[in-house]
Write a protein that binds this ligand. Sequence first.
Ligand SMILES: [Ca+2]
Ligand SMILES: [Ca+2]
Length: 248
Amino acid sequence: MLHAQLRMDIYNNIYLAAGTMTEMAICKVNSNGTSAWTLTMPGSYATGFDIGTGNSVFVTGGTTAKISQTVQNVSLNLTGLPEGLWNQTTMSPDTVSICLRNQTSPYSIVGEARVKLSSNGSGILEFSNTPGGSYYIAVTHRNSIETWSKDPVSFITGTIKNYDFTSGADKAFGNNMLLKQGKYVFYGGDVERDGIVDALDISIVENAASVSLSGYVVEDLTGDNFVDVEDLSLVDNNTYFTVSSILP
Ligand SMILES: [Ca+2]
Ligand SMILES: [Ca+2]
């Protein structure tokens, strides 16, 4: 292919533009690696392209074309810090799962996505086939207390919503976060994820520490891939304060 060019949109989908001798061609590969579409248009090969508002794609070459995409997705630029992973300067990057939930009981899930938060605790998630609307942001992490946004958050189709849990206790439902060196963090220590940090979590971490368990394990609350007295101290402390989930 002649003059092939790659570009990425805000959702991490990839576009490749090129052409035959008589047509401009462009194809899209979704962020999950699946093929989205391939289009050809008259006008020798594509010499340049760009992505505009609403994720429309503009192609130029022998002629100029606009490809409109129906966007039925909402996106979230999330900032959040699991307690043990935040060393008060940086975060040990880790994956969180986010559900967008209806604003009224029973708070049904309308969208789900996962992202690996970076060392500053942020990550962009795209919720496919999720229309705009107001939803609670529900955060789960491998060994943190499930935490929801204080209120339903308004999402607009095709745009990215920013939500930063770390900037205030009142960003979480029930103000259920811990202030740690100027940032509000998700409570850690709920190793078996039943919504409370208690003796059961202690015993699981104790057992792991006693055999010096290592690797990417749920018992590692500090993100150093090792289970030791540091992890135990965190779960002990949160058990003492009966840390538990507070949900609508
Ligand atoms: Ca627990
Ligand atoms: Ca650890």
